[in-house]
Design a protein around this ligand. Sequence first.
Ligand SMILES: Cc1ncc(COP(=O)(O)O)c(C=O)c1O
Length: 393
Amino acid sequence: MSERELLLVPGPTMVEAEVLEALAQEPLSHVDPRFVAIYVEALSQTRRLFQLTGGAVFLLAGSGTMAMEMALVNTVAPEERLLVVSHGYFGDRFARIAAAFGIQADLLSATWGQRVPAEEVAAALQSQHYRAVAVTHVDTSTGVEADLSSLVPLVKAHGALFLLDGVCATGAIEEEMGKTYGDLSYTIDLVFSGSQKALGLPPGLFLLAMGERALAARRAMPSIPAYYADALNWLPVMEDPSRYFATPPVNMVTAYRVAMRRLFAEGLEVRYLRHRVQGQAVRAALRSIGFTPLAEEDVAAPTVSCLRYPAGLDDAAFRGGLARRGVIVAGGLAETKGLAFRLGHLGNVTAVELRRALAHISATMVELGAHLDLPVAMEIFDEVMTGGLEVGR
Ligand SMILES: Cc1ncc(COP(=O)(O)O)c(C=O)c1O
């Protein structure tokens, strides 16, 4: 039997057979009671994932960018101010979306591979009032994970809404809206994500959770510059999915329910630990054969790594050679283009599959002229995996 192709870009990720089967069903009517029951369960799974009571959850057709728009237009009015804490390409995107809607955005950008220092965020928050602060949990361009434990209290003490982009984190890193960060009222106000990353579905569905304060912000605006993305248009459907506003993607919602059942069967805590250890193990292994992670280990994400090439390794030759061996990875974005590749280690990918990818990476490098001890990366991977999982137990 030929080996399964390893799709190791930071989304879309590999999709399990039972999720694919749900996608391949004849569609049900969106108001069929059988589908309504599926939608109800899918929405309650979303609440469970984010530990949200009160507020509202939305599960809709659209990619992560649609969710970014929905998050901004429902919480910040045109002319109001937004602060963006950016750790790369996707953080910067918040500022572009804000500009498209006439929202006044100030962008705090980190040096690629680093975090925006908390003092800079604090200073910006002191300089004027912001309605909301947008943070990307993991920026997929740099592999940097934002530090929620320092950012949430800063933002909440300022009185702004905390908006979190979980596209490259949800289901792999804790994002609990019920969790308090210091003060009882210091919680995440809104989080959204896409289907195609750590949740293990194809692209096309987004989830968005609004806490009470985020919902109140929408209600305080008489109208917003959106129709499809207006939370108030969807709210009646999310409360009672037998109602209609626009046709939901029935097969994706059905497949989402299957993927989420799998996720809860694994267990959130186990899943979070698995991702953290996988990330550490993969980076340690790749470091041992000459790659340099763009993000230092203390800020590096459990879901994706951006890895600078060792001298002499050509981007196109490396990724092309790897693809011929059935391992698909992504190129660097913007300032890392041609200089680094990005490896997704999120979703349903197993340690066995990551190990296989490391073997192919080593072999491709040797093919391209590198002198390597072939098993070294796999040995280091095994060591860090075993150690990390034991510590976590
Ligand atoms: C962190 C993050 N935010 C937002 C997006 C945009 O999502 P989409 O490409 O699904 O529109 C991406 C896409 O990769 C992402 O990684």
